[in-house]
Design a protein around this ligand. Structure first.
Ligand code: MTE
Ligand code: MO
Length: 525
């Protein structure tokens, strides 16, 4: 114990502390100055985004399986720890050999700047916050080190001697802690100030709030009565915007001014075109309910949502651009550098793939792609649902690869048939007698024609299907179960519109979507 307290008061621990204070200065100064630059250009966001770009499929799969939609919070926590450790090491190195410390700080600065300038839609000038932050960190590190060096030679057991020792070590120690405290307070103020300033400077959220959506030329088909499962507790058939799952690689949500938004359509086309947001507002828009699904959704998972989308059929845009013979894919790219490869014919057929500007009667929420995203019935989001879309390149699968295809996922992603049990919940305790079982099933563009339930190893029994709204939306179901006391397993499987029964073959999400039957364990009392 005594040893530990002495070590904590010794040079190594204090040098590490100085390193952490200097790192806090780098990040917070960059955050403050970054309020005047592209949001994505601050060190933490840029480093995190670069890390995401290097994510192999198994790691993405693991992160989503473990942290779900909190995967970004987990990434920040991991990064925070790494930076903390590196800062400690840098502090100690700088204390022992200043030149080496400087080299370390400059190296980290270089890594930060490199990750900033290689982000999509980031200008070279956006490196300025990180550069100034690095210099500020270096200055602070030097100031703190000077205080520490003045305490040399370090008393053998600082705690024992401090009291009776000469004045010098005690005052320098106090000076060191004062300087560190002031640094920490300044860093905290700069970071908070930077946050508030960027929020105040951003008017995109406000512009979205006052945007009036046009009414569609073709309204959505009325939702028939009875789409909701009879079992209480099943997900609402329409997912409210604030409950809609969110999956993307964007650590800071792109803020795009709709007035400046443009979509470039090019590649293997007879006619290159550029669409503005006003062009979309003026076009003949359609509205329809479509269920989106994420390829990373595990069996029984909740990375799926159903909304009413307002937008322009991509078919109409392609008609203007006139794809050349030989083209078989459209590579859509977002403002932040994500891309998806979608088969050309899927965007041209009558499934109404669209450039969406509205979600459940509102402009797209910022997190869901404001001002414009793609919505393509029948395909997983990673190969179709590009948010913040700014570029459509008509090309060939043989010639271009999309973001996740480059990282080990499939180049195509038709949605697999899936039945989900939502009530009772896994590991629930329920009273014996009649128990309402229910959930949601989907097989977009094929539709759901049957859902069956199996209790333990009993026979597969047809569940009651709720009304089908369309083949591109999910379909709910319910099942009345006479539950007997003891532990039981509830399984569900769906049959799609082609007559194919959902496969029981277990597959992980990588590379093209999970499969298998969900099994829910409940205890009946
Ligand atoms: N720009 C961008 N668009 C993107 C992604 C992304 O990472 N970046 N992720 C895709 C994936 S994997 C899915 S499942 C859907 C999710 O859309 P949502 O967040 O609105 O539910 O968006 C797609 N569009
Ligand atoms: Mo996804």
């Amino acid at each position: 114990m005594k040893k530990l307290t002495n070590w904590l008061k010794g040079p190594t621990a204090l040098a590490a502390l100085a390193g952490v204070a200097a790192a806090a200065v780098v990040l917070s100064v960059a955050e403050l100055i970054g309020a005047f630059f592209t949001a994505r250009a601050t060190p933490l966001i840029a480093l995190g985004s670069t890390f995401i770009d290097f994510t192999p499929p198994w790691l993405k799969d693991f992160a989503i399986a473990t942290f779900g939609t909190n995967d970004k919070a987990a990434l920040f926590a991991g990064m925070g720890l790494t930076i903390l450790l590196l800062a400690c090491v840098l502090g100690v190195v700088a204390y022992r050999k200043w030149a080496l410390g400087v080299a370390g700080v400059l190296l980290m600065g270089a890594v930060i700047v490199a990750s900033v300038v290689t982000r999509a839609s980031v200008k070279p000038l956006d490196a300025i916050p990180s550069l100034i932050g690095t210099v500020a960190g270096l200055v602070v590190l030097r100031l703190l080190m000077t205080r520490l060096w003045r305490m040399r030679p370090w008393p053998a057991a600082a705690a024992d001697v401090a009291a009776k020792d000469t004045e010098r070590p005690a005052t320098t120690r106090r000076a060191f802690f004062a300087a560190t405290g002031i640094t920490a307070a300044a860093a905290a103020t700069a970071a908070t100030g930077g946050r508030l300033l960027s929020a105040a400077r951003s008017n995109v959220a406000q512009a979205r709030g006052s945007l009036q959506l046009p009414s569609p030329a073709k309204a959505a088909a009325a939702v028939p009565a009875g789409v909701q499962s009879a079992a209480p507790g099943v997900t609402p058939w329409v997912t409210p915007n604030n409950e809609f799952y969110r999956i993307d690689t964007a650590l800071s949500v792109p803020e795009i001014n709709a007035q400046e938004w443009e979509l470039r359509v090019h590649g293997l086309v007879e006619q290159e075109i550029t669409l503005t947001f006003q062009d979309l507002l003026d076009a003949e828009l359609i509205e329809s309910h479509v269920t989106l699904t994420c390829v990373s959704n595990p069996v029984g998972g909740n990375l799926a949502g159903n909304a009413k989308w307002l937008g322009l059929p991509i078919r109409e845009v392609l008609k203007m651009a006139r794809p050349k013979d030989g083209a078989d894919m459209v590579l859509s790219t977002s403002e932040d550098g994500f891309s998806a490869s979608t088969p050309l014919e899927v965007l041209q057929d009558d499934r109404d793939a669209m450039l969406a500007i509205g979600m459940n009667g509102e402009p797209l929420p910022l997190e869901h792609g404001y001002p414009v995203r793609m919505v393509v019935p029948g395909l997983y989001g990673f190969v179709s649902a590009t948010k913040w879309v700014v570029d459509l390149e008509v090309t060939r699968f043989a010639d271009s690869k999309a973001y996740w295809t480059d990282r080990g996922w499939s180049e195509r992603g038709p949605i697999k048939t899936m039945a989900r049990v939502e009530v009772p919940r896994s590991f629930a305790q329920v009273p014996a007698g009649k128990v309402a079982v229910g959930g949601t099933a989907w097989a977009q563009t094929r539709g759901i024609t049957k859902v069956e339930v199996q209790i333990d190893n009993g026979p597969w029994t047809a569940a009651v299907l709720s009304t089908e709204a369309s083949v591109v939306t999910w379909r709910q179901w319910s099942f009345e179960w006479e539950a007997t006391p003891g532990p039981h397993y509830i399984k569900a499987r769906a049959t799609d519109g082609t007559g194919e029964v959902q496969t029981d073959k277990r597959a992980d999400p990588v590379p093209d979507g999970a499969s298998g039957w969900q099994s829910v364990m409940v205890t009946v009392q």
